[in-house]
Design a protein around this ligand. Structure first.
Ligand code: NDP
Length: 490
């Protein structure tokens, strides 16, 4: 039987929580800066001139005109960043995802106990929904190969889809922000405000999210839990679809598919599918239990994940790298090690929290806290307080390593450069590394650095949360389990 835990306290009045993410200034910078960073990635590493665009490597001779030509700036200027067609199809994709959520068979699961004492019901079928979409894509690819219209559309409208996703993320965040003011105490729907998102500062609350579990009822679709739906549906599946589009693009550009791009596309698909198989486990994550739904999650789910997480396959689509069996074996070892730590530690906590009598966790020692919750002090969670983060971070390496010492320049057609490692494109142009070598790593290894920052920051937030929740029991736990993420080091 699961140990009973008292529901978390809800904000009553005032903002006792304290600012995170650098407060209003930091969240303003993130809210407007990260979408710009997505464009920097899209233009800076491109299929027109190189990765990075060659003019960025010679700042002394840099002119705006040359830069525009190098990065493939749209002919009709800033308006070219968006199109009705790409926006329409992006909205249609969201609608399809919502429709599958409604019509495919699902399991209904109750969420964790809220501060009202009630529980919300969740409808889980993200896996079936993703598989349904992927089967259609596989059938289309079998019939039409790399020319399957979805793949060509994504590749040809990359910027415009990015803009559509960013605009939708802003719109959804604005919608839930405004709507959160209709949350009344003691409402029968168990609508709640999130402790961290009610500072009274507009931009800060817009970013953090005021409402904990915003839900909306849409004609035909019915009620949707916006946060849970966004976390596991359009963006995560979009990540897989982008990777597939880049594999197809590599084939159309070079006439072959490299082992490196297939490796990354497959392992990232496995990561996503694994997350969808374990969809109910999302109910105990910080995102669901603690954070409000605001721009942080809407942008992260809709734009950041599919666009930034697929940078490696996007890079390889324009510069294939051959890993060979030895290379594949090397990155696989890191991957399996990371995946094992990540999966086994998360599983152990899940089992321990849902059924502590399960023989797989019966031997685990723990602290019985005053709240009624138990904190494991041996097993994976006795090694480091967030050993699961270490596993997750290790998995990031095999995403980037296959891009090697990244960087390339696309040469004009006509004659071979004779450069070592030059790759011929079907259009007669040639891709060489040249002076761009190593600089492309800014794009393809970004994920590892960003993810480390995210996890260290997340560990700090969780520590803060647990410290408030468990008080001296948490301090006792920290004395027993000394390391935060990396045993013996950090
Ligand atoms: P965790 O799964 O790490 O859960 C943290 C919570 O677990 C704590 O708040 C506490 O909750 C409970 N807990 C802490 N210590 C113990 C213990 N010793 N024994 C039992 N329970 C304990 O939180 P996250 O939501 O951050 O992470 C979930 C997974 O998602 C991770 O593997 C992470 O790497 C991954 N992730 C991936 C991201 C990506 O972009 N790919 C982004 C973010 C996360 P309680 O109040 O219930 O006690």
């Amino acid at each position: 039987m699961a140990p009973k835990s008292k529901p978390a306290k809800q904000p009553s009045s005032g903002f006792a929580h304290g600012y995170e993410f650098g407060g209003p200034l930091g969240t303003s910078a993130i809210t407007f800066g990260l979408p710009i960073l997505c464009y920097v990635f899209a233009f800076g590493c491109n299929d027109v001139s190189g990765c990075p665009a060659p003019s960025l490597l010679s700042p002394k001779t840099l002119t705006l005109e040359r830069l525009k030509a190098d990065v493939g700036w749209p002919e009709d200027g800033i308006w070219g960043l968006a199109s009705w067609e790409a926006t329409g199809y992006t909205v249609a994709y969201f609608f399809l995802s919502a429709l599958l959520y409604r019509i495919l068979p699902a399991t209904e699961v109750e969420g964790t106990v809220l501060s009202t004492g009630g529980r919300l019901k969740y409808r889980f079928n993200a896996l079936a929904s993703a598989l349904f979409t992927l089967v259609i894509c596989i059938a289309g690819t079998i019939a039409q190969g790399a020319e399957f219209p979805l793949w060509t559309f994504i590749a040809d409208n990359y910027l415009q889809i990015l803009t559509a996703d960013i605009l939708i993320a802003y719109a959804v965040a604005a919608f839930v922000y405004v709507r959160s003011f209709s949350v009344k105490p003691g409402n029968p729907e168990h609508r709640l405000l999130a402790a961290g998102g009610c500072s009274g500062n507009l931009i800060y609350d817009f970013y953090m999210g005021r409402e904990l579990n915003p839900r909306v009822t849409i004609p035909i679709i019915g009620e949707i839990d916006i946060k849970e739906w966004m976390e596991v549906r359009p963006g995560l599946l979009g990540w897989i679809l982008f990777n597939c589009a880049f594999v197809a693009k590599q084939y159309r550009t070079f006439g072959f598919v490299s082992d490196s791009i297939v490796f990354i596309a497959v392992v990232q698909a496995v990561y996503v599918i694994d997350c969808l198989i374990l969809e109910p486990a999302i109910l105990t994550t910080i995102d669901i239990t603690n954070d409000g739904f605001g721009f942080m999650l809407s942008f992260g789910d809709l734009a950041w994940v599919p666009f930034i997480y697929s940078q490696q396959t996007r890079y390889l689509a324009s510069h294939p790298v051959a890993l060979g069996w030895l290379g594949i074996a090397g990155v696989s070892v890191v991957l399996v090690a990371g995946f094992a730590v990540f999966r086994l530690s998360n599983l152990q906590k899940n089992i321990f929290r849902t059924n502590p009598d399960d023989p797989r966790v019966a031997h685990i020692s723990y602290i019985e806290t005053k709240t009624g919750s138990r904190l494991m002090t041996s097993g994976w969670w006795g090694v480091a307080r967030h050993i699961n983060y270490l596993g997750d971070w290790l998995q990031a390496w095999p995403y980037s390593l296959p891009t090697g010492f990244a960087g390339y320049t696309i040469l004009a057609a006509g004659g071979s450069s004779g450069a070592e490692g030059a790759v011929a494109r079907l259009d007669g142009r040639e891709v060489v590394q040249g002076p761009a070598k190593y600089w492309g790593m800014l794009f393809t290894y970004f994920y590892i650095v960003y993810f480390a920052v995210l996890l260290v920051h997340r560990d700090g937030r969780d520590d803060d949360k647990c410290s408030k929740k468990y008080g001296e029991d948490w301090e006792k736990y920290k004395k027993i389990v000394k390391y935060k993420i990396v045993p013996g080091i950090y």
